[in-house]
Design a protein around this ligand. Structure first.
Ligand code: SF4
Ligand code: SF4
Ligand code: FES
Length: 376
């Protein structure tokens, strides 16, 4: 599973051009490049394939400017500027990678990691969980250079089944708080205190289940350090087998969110949102994010069951079960007419099964009494 260094930007094509917008120019690393009104320096640089590091940046959210890792040299400016919060202007001359800027970024990174109790985390923790460790490797940053106080206090006592709150690994980028507010519209988490007292918290500093949290998992997937982690995925931590991702669509409802199923050998171990999913842009709800245990549940029926004279369900062969079902449907049709039959397909069934069911109800019984919970 390849760790992302940052979430994908929607406008990553250097030639992409918003319709009807005037093309402006600036100088980027000595080369004249085009940009469009409203773009930030980071967006222009990213579109022109410059590797500007980020930590507090998530392209789906309003720029925030907390980590300063995205600093660039801007001609005429006294100090390096944060590229994610600075609007590109015509005639600007920008350098994205000078020795001084790279050193500046390395020192900033060392300050950030010094308040983190560990940077090597399992990629199962979340989609963006490898961002910090990837940057530390890239810059050869010394994780123990600065000693002193650390912000963030873990909340392991929050025993919900979905989200691990390991704030000792928090770097106060506030991506979790912002994604909850801006993307989810939920405002379930917030920031308490400042400086080394900074703590990500809920209203009244309680448990997530007692807050407005809907357990959509957005905060987990945007966290660049693994401080917020997918508890269900971590059940597979330490198990043998390479992690692989397979792109598909969540079947639970008609929104059609794109997801990546994370598998290890023949086991489904996690679901991660597809940041470039056209319907969801990385957002999921609790069902799409966490409700996948049914796939490997040992209680799943593998053989049909028939209720016998003793009133109990007994395993049966398919032929007998299908015949019994057919007899029951024909009896209902005969005695009560075509509207006595109503079918509801499960969102957990494959599309082919849903299609076949509606065909069977419509053609076989002559009624439109057919629905699917995915329509909700
Ligand atoms: S928990 Fe993660 S996303 Fe939230 S502020 Fe801390 S490091 Fe950032
Ligand atoms: S159930 Fe949730 S995750 Fe799945 S498609 Fe609907 S909104 Fe998206
Ligand atoms: S990415 Fe620009 S300030 Fe953090």
């Amino acid at each position: 599973m390849t760790p992302p260094t940052h979430l994908q930007n929607k406008q990553s094509d250097p030639d992409s051009k918003p319709q009807g917008q005037e093309t402006l120019t600036l100088t980027l690393d000595g080369e004249e490049v085009t940009f469009f009104a409203g773009e930030t320096i980071y967006e222009v640089a990213e579109r022109h394939r410059k590797e500007v590091p980020t930590l507090c940046y998530d392209p789906r959210l309003e720029p925030f400017g907390a980590c300063r890792l995205c600093v660039v040299e801007l001609e005429g400016a006294r100090n390096p500027v944060a590229s994610c919060t600075t609007q590109a202007q015509p005639g600007m001359s920008i350098k994205t990678k000078t020795p001084a800027i790279e050193e500046h970024r390395k020192v900033l990174l060392e300050m950030v990691v010094s308040e983190n109790d560990g940077i090597e985390v399992d990629p199962l923790r979340g989609y963006a969980s490898q961002e910090l460790s990837t940057l530390v490797d890239r810059y050869g940053a010394d994780t123990g250079r600065f000693q002193g106080a650390q912000s963030g206090c873990s909340k392991f006592e929050d025993d919900n089944p979905f989200i691990l709150r390991d704030y000792n690994k928090c770097i106060s980028c506030y991506r979790c708080v912002r994604v909850c507010a801006e993307q989810e519209g939920d405002y379930a988490i917030s920031i308490k205190g400042r400086g080394f007292e900074t703590q990500i918290t809920t209203e009244f500093d309680g448990l997530l289940k007692d807050s407005a949290c809907t357990f959509c998992g957005q905060c987990v997937q945007t966290c660049p350090t693994g401080a917020l982690a997918d508890r269900k995925a971590l059940r597979a931590e330490g198990q043998d087998g390479e992690l692989q991702k397979t792109r598909t669509i969540c079947t639970y409802c008609g929104v059609g969110c794109s997801v990546d199923l994370v598998t290890q050998e023949d086991r489904l171990v996690a679901v991660q949102p597809a940041m470039d999913g056209p319907a969801n842009e990385g957002a999921l709800c609790v069902k799409g994010q966490f409700a996948f245990d049914f796939v490997q549940n040992p209680d799943r029926l593998k053989k049909p069951l028939i209720r016998r004279e003793d009133g109990e369900l007994h395993e049966a062969e398919w032929e007998e079960a299908l015949q019994r079902a057919a007899d029951g449907f024909l009896k209902a049709l005969d005695e009560h007419g075509r509207h006595s039959v109503y079918a509801i397909a499960s969102g957990r069934a494959p599309s082919e099964a849903a299609y076949t069911l509606q065909k069977w109800i419509r053609s076989g019984f002559g009624t439109n009494y057919i629905d699917n919970c995915s329509r909700a």
